[in-house]
Design a binder for this molecule. Structure first.
Ligand code: ADE
Length: 277
């Protein structure tokens, strides 16, 4: 996979040299190229921003540097045999980035990221390239960062670990929380390793039992427990057919009721905390 990142802070992308992404680059599984947007400015001050039409606070990134940068990167990529580029535009106004989108992007041979600073990029740039290649405007969460570079690091890491051969074991992402197509998206429960005692704290007995069936059941119960606590919305959205008899027993212990009146599609429901019957 080829990745191009155009930014006014190339140093911000240094973490792409480290750990999983760094190793994937060293092995030739990822071809990452970070470009300084100011390379495509031609004035003395290397200006990349200007005041917004219509007034208001902040600055807007100018069309010309982005247009020249993207034209050159696309031309260079096509010339050197790359194909199928998509533009990934990090913005708090984008669609939520999730595991499903990570999988979709991991199937593309060439991603071009355009992290912006200030109030964002002049809209005409996005509209122009959307006529030529697929454009994904993505948000990594409901908060506003000072720029899109951290979002590029997040998306890159989520995508890179899905590439064939990047994680040691292909099984490793089958059980990921949020794996698309899973019957139920549950959060993963707690994990333990040696030593068996630490500061008076032991390991749940079942994990030492060697009984694979019981261990799988325990893990599932812990996943239900953690999901109930941290992401009850995931339980509410689950198809009821995703839950077996033992799941239903655990859900009942955790305060969930199947198919109460008024809840669509027979899904599970739990009385919100502090609300009396
Ligand atoms: N740029 C600023 N905030 C962002 C967010 N939440 N996601 C993606 N890009 C951003």
């Amino acid at each position: 996979m080829r990745l191009d990142v155009v930014t006014i802070f190339p140093e911000y992308l240094e973490p792409l040299n480290v750990s999983l992404v760094g190793k994937a680059r060293a092995r030739g599984q990822l071809d990452v190229r970070v470009h300084d947007l100011r390379q495509w400015t031609y004035d003395r001050h290397n200006t990349v921003d200007d005041t917004p039409y219509g007034g208001g606070p902040g600055m807007v990134m100018k069309t010309e540097p982005w247009g020249d940068a993207l034209d050159e990167i696309l031309a260079d990529g096509y010339e050197t045999g790359s194909h199928g580029p998509v533009l990934v535009v990090p913005t708090p106004s984008g669609r939520p980035f999730n595991q499903e989108l990570a999988v979709e992007l991991s199937e593309r041979p060439w991603l071009i990221f355009t992290p912006a600073r200030y109030e964002g990029i002049d809209r005409r740039v996005i509209d122009e390239y959307a006529t030529r290649i697929p454009v994904y405007e993505v948000s990594i969460g409901d908060y506003v960062l000072a720029g899109g570079e951290a979002a590029v690091l997040v998306v890159t890491e989520a995508v890179a670990r899905l590439l064939p051969g990047v994680l040691g074991n292909a099984e490793s992402h089958r059980d990921d929380s949020f794996a698309p197509g899973a019957m139920a998206n549950l959060l993963e429960g707690p994990v333990y390793t040696k030593p068996p005692q630490w500061r008076g704290r032991g390991i749940p007995d079942v994990l030492l039992s060697g009984h694979h069936g019981k261990i799988a059941r325990w893990r599932r119960d812990e996943a239900l427990r953690r999901t109930t606590h941290n992401r009850p919305d995931l339980i509410e959205h689950c198809e009821p057919s995703a839950f077996d008899k033992k799941d239903r027993e655990m859900l009942s212990i955790l305060g969930w009721e199947p198919d109460p009146e008024g809840v669509p599609h027979g899904r599970f429901w739990r009385r919100p905390e502090g609300v009396e019957e």
